[in-house]
Design a binder for this molecule. Structure first.
Ligand code: PSV
Ligand code: MN
Length: 388
């Protein structure tokens, strides 16, 4: 697809989902640096997310975290989002902040606690009905710290049973999206540590169970794009949680640490048909802006995904296939790298203008006065943070 207008058409319909928690205060276990103007409630988080969409045109939905984003009337939050030109997207469950879950949630050996975790997911599904959300994303903090601590296989069996009960509650147009993570908060075993484990559970559940790939959740040097290719091939890549990492689950801005990796991922997405909305791959950011401004941080991240996508779309597939078939190793690599080295920023500026937007979203946001306005208006109340 090298014809510019076809490339632009694909980029125009790209949808990048924003996480509500990116707009609240966040930090490390050492320090959370509060920022002026940070939202005090989910309504203000959604308003900030709507700014990102207003300036980029490709971030039309906001993912929620339950219970952080619970309000009395979720329908009112939905209406608020729609009035601001966005919609509520994936609902993320949370079983990592309750003392009961110290030894597990959906895997817990005690029936009462396991039921409590299942009930939490039922509540998330109720939220989905009120918000119109189609995806229930489960990232499970469950795991163990020491060899011998628990029966690993029994935990898998309980997990399978818990997931089956949750899956059975979903409406026919809703999906269960199972995220994996190699380590943390536990360090010996995680109960869903890798894509294979997630995939195995999804297969057992049914067609509407799909895998979420968080780019920060792998061992160093993992070939993530290979996993992308495989999951797309199997029809089970449901979602990305995009972010960058230098060391572990850093949650830095996507495309900041390794733009080449992001390009390679988007190339495999393109090859596997994942840019076509019918395949149902959700491109979500899962980031925390600990020291940088949050709204521009999200804008920059959206632009980074757009740039990687544009470059992936510029790969001359015909020439590449020819070179590959001829066994021309260097030629194929050169064609691939040519696309990566293309400066796609002018094309994206043109695209934004064609969409009726300012060509430079970061500067347009800075000039809009929104940052000054929220700093002046959002005085008093408790600022939202990672965890509330
Ligand atoms: C876990 O590290 C994770 O990536 C999950 O997606 C959670 O929902 C999210 O972080 C919370 O920030
Ligand atoms: Mn994640």
């Amino acid at each position: 697809m090298n014809d510019q207008s076809a490339v632009q058409a694909t980029l125009r319909q790209q949808a990048i989902e924003l996480p509500s928690w990116a707009f609240g205060n966040s930090g490390t276990r050492f320090k959370v640096f509060a920022q002026a103007g940070v939202p005090r409630d989910p309504f203000e988080k959604v308003a900030d997310a709507a700014q990102v969409h207003a300036h980029t045109g490709v971030a039309p939905s906001v993912a929620l975290h339950i219970p952080w984003d619970l309000v009395n009337d979720m329908g009112r939050l939905r209406k608020h989002a729609e009035d601001l030109g966005v919609r509520l997207g994936t609902v993320n469950s949370n079983t990592f902040q309750d003392d009961d879950y110290k030894l597990g949630s959906l895997t817990h050996s005690e029936p009462r606690i396991r039921q409590k975790a299942i009930d939490h997911h039922y509540r998330c599904i109720d939220v989905m009905h009120a918000t119109g959300s189609k995806d229930l994303k489960i990232w499970l903090p469950d795991g163990t710290n020491y060899p011998g601590q628990a029966d690993t296989r029994a935990r898998q069996d309980r997990l399978a049973d818990s997931l089956a009960q949750i899956y059975a509650r979903l409406a026919p147009d809703q999906r269960l999206v199972l995220e994996y993570k190699i380590f943390e908060p536990y360090f010996y075993t995680m109960d869903v540590p890798d894509w294979g484990t997630s995939y195995v559970h999804c297969l057992a559940l049914g067609e509407r169970a799909v895998v979420c790939l968080d780019t920060g959740h792998h061992a160093p040097n993992t070939n993530i794009e290979f996993i992308v290719a495989q999951l797309l091939r199997l029809g089970r890549l449901g979602a990305f949680d995009f972010n960058s990492r230098f060391y572990a689950d850093d949650d830095l801005m996507v495309g900041a640490a390794d733009p080449f990796q992001l390009f390679r991922i988007m190339w495999e997405v393109r090859c596997g048909g994942g840019l076509d909305p019918v395949t149902g791959v959700t491109f979500m950011l899962d980031q925390c802006h600990n020291i940088e401004a949050k709204i521009p941080g999200q804008i920059r991240s959206v632009m980074n995904v757009q740039e990687a996508t544009a470059k992936a779309l510029l790969v001359d597939t015909e020439a590449l296939t020819k070179a590959q078939d001829a066994g021309d190793v260097l030629g194929a690599n050169e064609i691939f790298m040519d696309a990566y080295h293309t400066d796609v920023r002018p094309m994206l500026r043109d695209l934004r203008e064609a969409m009726g937007l300012a060509p430079d979203p970061v500067r347009a946001y800075a000039a809009s006065g929104y940052a000054e306005r929220i700093c002046a208006e959002r005085v008093g109340g408790a600022q939202a943070g990672w965890g509330a």
